[in-house]
Design a protein around this ligand. Structure first.
Ligand SMILES: [Zn+2]
Ligand SMILES: [Zn+2]
Length: 143
């Protein structure tokens, strides 16, 4: 994983620093979990305890600028997404708060009733409910 973050930074022309590597490693380690800045800070500090919150926020902004990440806002804390596909949407578990990537078929044919003067720039759909980990099992539901 360390090799990956080094290569990613170099390929993007971003100067490699221990801080940037620790933050990027924390993001890569989170997989598809869409971590918040605080979650990234906590994880990155395990690698680099002196890391400051300001550095993490500045670095995340830079990573968004160079195209490592996009931000996802679903009402809670801003989350960071390694999946840069503009058309993917999210399912938010109302119990554990995690975000999951989801492809929504037919989103191109949405027909919002907008009054004249509005221009849609992108569509963000957030589905809410319970993830498999948080849903009561079939067994529990029968009781
Ligand atoms: Zn859940
Ligand atoms: Zn996503």
């Amino acid at each position: 994983v360390n090799g990956d973050s080094l290569e990613l930074l170099r390929d993007a022309g971003v100067r490699v620093t221990p801080q940037r590597r620790a933050i990027l490693d924390a993001i890569l380690g989170a997989g598809a979990a869409h971590p918040s800045a605080d979650e990234i800070l906590r994880e990155a500090r395990r690698r680099l305890p002196e890391l400051s919150r300001g550095t993490v926020y500045n670095t995340l902004a830079e990573f968004v600028r160079v195209g490592f990440l996009q931000t996802v806002e679903t009402g809670g804390a801003v989350r960071y997404d390694r999946n840069l596909d503009e058309d993917h949407q999210h399912f938010r578990c109302r119990s554990c708060g995690r975000l999951f990537d989801v492809e929504v078929v037919g989103q191109e044919s949405l027909d919002p009733r907008l009054t004249p003067g509005f221009a849609v720039e992108r569509t963000r759909i957030v589905l809410e409910g319970r993830c498999p980990d948080c849903r009561p099992s079939d067994h529990e539901r029968k009781e």
